[in-house]
Design a protein around this ligand. Structure first.
Ligand code: NAP
Length: 372
């Protein structure tokens, strides 16, 4: 019989808690969690560090109360499954979205999440590699389906040539932005701002898989051009140029030099002062602007149809309830590669604080991961 919530009573766990905004972190002992009927408990073997973690620590961006347990990405081994859970059993190696704090946070020995947040770990990936992917992949899924209205073939069986009516969109709009109301024409070109970020490198691959003929232009540092084009980008533009030069280079690289139909902005905070980028839209195009929620307030010009997206939104999309389950097929069929190089920052919960400060200082094309 597989272990389940009623048959297993493992020992207590350690949690790495942020005592208050700004820290410090403390390691505390806690009872072993009891999963709800649709949840699983994962013994974490590696956790990914994300910008949201240090933003929560220093700005309390999504924190309701202190102390809190951060961590959005994990990979590990299932230990206990809730009574209604199917598809997982104790001993399965998985990767999972974590988050929401408390027992769902990744920065502890055992994380408890809804079963659909997790999927089998691809056999070729280490726990560290697997822990680097979930939130970036899910945010990219949301940015494409919710932000651009493009269906993803691995989640929904639809012909690639059709784009659904944007009236379906339910994402929160940027203040002042125009609500998407018209059905957009076929997208021929998309700019991914931040093509070498975790979200950007995921979005490039998903866009390429969905729309094989799409012109995908990215902005990133030149050092990452080869990597980003290998993932599916058509042209990379040096993100370190002046804003007006970036906009011109994007237009030059677009079909007939007229500009792009849509943008996915994965580093929306970094672009907040760069209004010139909107000059890279095709004048008579749909001007779709899908931007990731970064905590920065953004203003977009009139006529731009903006939508703010975040990772968990992927589960609310058509077919997206299975977004994690379907990721394994995507990886094992070679259609989705590891978005970023892994950079280990040490072993044990105790090194997470130092890792977050390193991340806060800035990374370039790498994902910081802690082994447990
Ligand atoms: N709300 C959510 O659910 C959610 C989920 C995931 C991420 N996010 C947010 O989305 C953002 C991206 O997250 P991430 O994990 O993908 O970040 P990341 O991988 O840590 O991003 C680092 C990359 O950003 C690129 N970058 C920085 N400034 C840039 C600019 N002005 N133009 C182009 N590229 C620039 C750098 O590119 P180069 O090295 O090439 O210079 C670097 O490689 C963060 O603000 C994060 O908080 C939100």
């Amino acid at each position: 019989m597989s272990p389940n919530a009623s048959s297993v009573a493992p020992k207590g766990i350690q949690q790495y808690i942020a005592a208050r905004q700004g820290g410090p972190f403390q390691l505390i002992n806690a009872p072993y969690p009891v999963p709800g009927p649709n949840e699983i408990c994962i013994r974490n073997r590696a956790v990914g560090l994300n910008p949201l973690d240090w933003k929560n620590l220093h700005h309390g961006m999504m924190v309701d109360s202190w102390p809190e347990i951060f961590g959005i990405d994990t990979a590990g081994v299932v230990e206990v499954v809730g009574k209604n859970v199917q598809g997982f059993k104790a001993g399965d190696a998985v990767m999972s979205l974590a988050g929401h704090g408390g027992r769902a946070g990744a920065f502890q020995d055992v994380t408890t999440v809804p079963a659909n947040y997790a999927c089998r770990k691809p056999t070729a990936w280490t726990f560290e590699q697997a822990a680097s992917v979930p939130i970036c992949y899910l945010t990219a899924v949301a940015s494409i389906i919710k932000g651009l209205g493009v269906p993803l073939p691995h989640l929904r069986e639809l012909p690639n040539e059709r784009i659904p009516n944007l009236d379906d969109l339910t994402s929160p709009m940027t203040p002042g932005a125009t609500q998407p109301q018209v059905k957009p024409p076929l997208l021929t070109s998309v700019l991914v701002i931040g093509g070498s970020s975790g979200v950007g490198a995921s979005a490039v691959q998903l866009l390429r898989d969905a729309l094989p003929h799409l012109v995908i232009i990215t902005t990133n540092s030149r050092a990452h051009n080869q990597k980003v084009t290998s993932l599916g980008a058509t042209t990379c533009v040096d993100r370190n140029m002046k804003p007006d030069q970036i906009a011109k280079a994007v237009r030059d690289a677009s079909p007939d030099g007229k500009g792009v139909d849509a943008m996915i902005d994965t580093v929306a905070g970094a672009m907040a002062g760069n209004k010139e980028i909107f000059g890279a839209f095709r004048e008579d195009g749909p001007k779709l602007y899908s931007h990731v929620m970064t905590g920065e307030k953004l203003e977009v010009p009139e006529g731009v149809k903006a939508a703010m997206v975040f990772g968990r939104m992927a589960f609310q999309t058509d077919g997206g309830g299975a977004a994690m389950t379907k990721l394994v097929d995507l990886v094992e069929s070679g259609r989705f590669k590891l978005p970023l190089e892994i950079e280990g920052v040490g072993k044990g919960l105790g090194v997470i604080g130092a890792g977050l400060e390193k991340l806060r200082g800035g990374v370039s094309g790498t994902k910081l991961v802690v082994s447990l």
